[in-house]
Design a protein around this ligand. Structure first.
Ligand SMILES: NC(=O)c1ccc[n+]([C@@H]2O[C@H](COP(=O)([O-])OP(=O)(O)OC[C@H]3O[C@@H](n4cnc5c(N)ncnc54)[C@H](OP(=O)(O)O)[C@@H]3O)[C@@H](O)[C@H]2O)c1
Length: 266
């Protein structure tokens, strides 16, 4: 895919959609790959190393300030012009009974980290793009759950609503500067996310591949799209959010999940 980026930071590159972004970017784009699983990062880096690009790995827990600082420093050194805020986690279960540390980690990784990284890195990205007469890019990985109140994923879905609204408003804030901001909203995607979140395998039947999600997001970025929806039924969530009265929305989500379960069992 023809993309102008010289260097990209990908958070959550050790698996799933983040690793797929690393694979989908052109061979000429330098990569800063971050996550906690250093072995997975190093294996990915080895498979993507090319003469024409530099690949750096940063082992960091981005739920912490120290981890975020390490990632920011590596991204500044690489002079990134593409920021992919992808790392994220979920915790399936009633929000009032989920482990308190899991509830907090979701907010730290899914919300605080993209805000901190974007605030730290975007001004330099814009300045470099303006000097070099090029364009910078930000991809914020949200979810189709961003459009809905989702029982048993209440905190997760709310963090993804944050990502969506933040990306859309940030896109308006930087209008007039040479930077595109994409909110990426995938539906169910075949990664480790489901098992790690404690979700049921049937929920991921027919899930989209992470490579398809990454490719569609990068195509959307190239076409200056503000919002990219990917996956079967991904257009239904925003439609339901517009058409269904709010007091019924969470009930509609529960009914849709029951229908999905029945279909998976047939
Ligand atoms: N899979 C889906 O159905 C789906 C649908 C919509 C949106 N999404 C979103 O897509 C994004 C990527 O998820 P995925 O599906 O690819 O899941 P995944 O395979 O579980 O990958 C999650 C990534 O986030 C990283 N991460 C989590 N907590 C971290 C922490 N404290 N510090 C550093 N890195 C951390 C993980 O790295 P380490 O394990 O190395 O720490 C991993 O690389 C998430 O934002 C998720 O909300 C997923």
């Amino acid at each position: 895919m023809r993309l102008p980026f010289r260097a990209a930071l990908i958070t959550g590159a050790s698996s799933g959609i983040g690793a797929a972004f690393a694979r989908a970017l052109p061979n000429e784009t330098d990569l800063v790959l971050t996550g906690r699983d250093i072995q997975a990062l190093q294996e990915l880096a080895a498979s993507l190393s090319r003469i024409e690009r530099k690949v750096t790995t940063v082992q960091a827990d981005i739920a912490t300030d120290a981890g975020r600082r390490a990632v920011i420093e590596a991204a500044e050194r690489a002079e990134i012009d593409l920021l992919i805020n992808n790392a994220g986690l979920g915790s399936f279960g009633p929000a009032y009974r989920n482990a308190p540390e899991d509830e907090r980690a979701m907010v730290e990784v899914n919300v605080v980290t993209p805000v901190v990284l974007t605030r730290a890195l975007l001004p330099g990205m814009i300045a470099r793009a303006e000097r070099g007469i090029s364009r910078a890019g930000v991809i914020m990985v949200s979810s189709i759950s961003a459009f809905l109140p989702v029982p048993r994923l209440a905190t997760y879905a709310a963090t993804k609503s944050f990502n969506l609204h933040y990306a859309e408003a940030l896109g308006a804030d930087v209008a007039g500067h040479p930077v595109d901001v994409v909110a990426l909203c995938p539906g169910f995607t075949a990664t480790k996310f489901g098992a790690r979140s404690g979700m049921k395998p049937w929920m991921f039947q027919g899930a989209t591949s992470p490579d398809k999600v990454a490719r569609k997001a990068l195509r959307g970025l190239r076409r200056h799209r503000r919002l990219v929806l990917v996956g079967a039924g991904s257009r239904l969530a925003p439609l339901a959010a517009r058409l269904v009265p709010r007091r019924f929305l969470s009930k509609v989500v529960v009914a849709a999940m029951k229908w999905r379960k029945r279909r998976a069992e047939d």
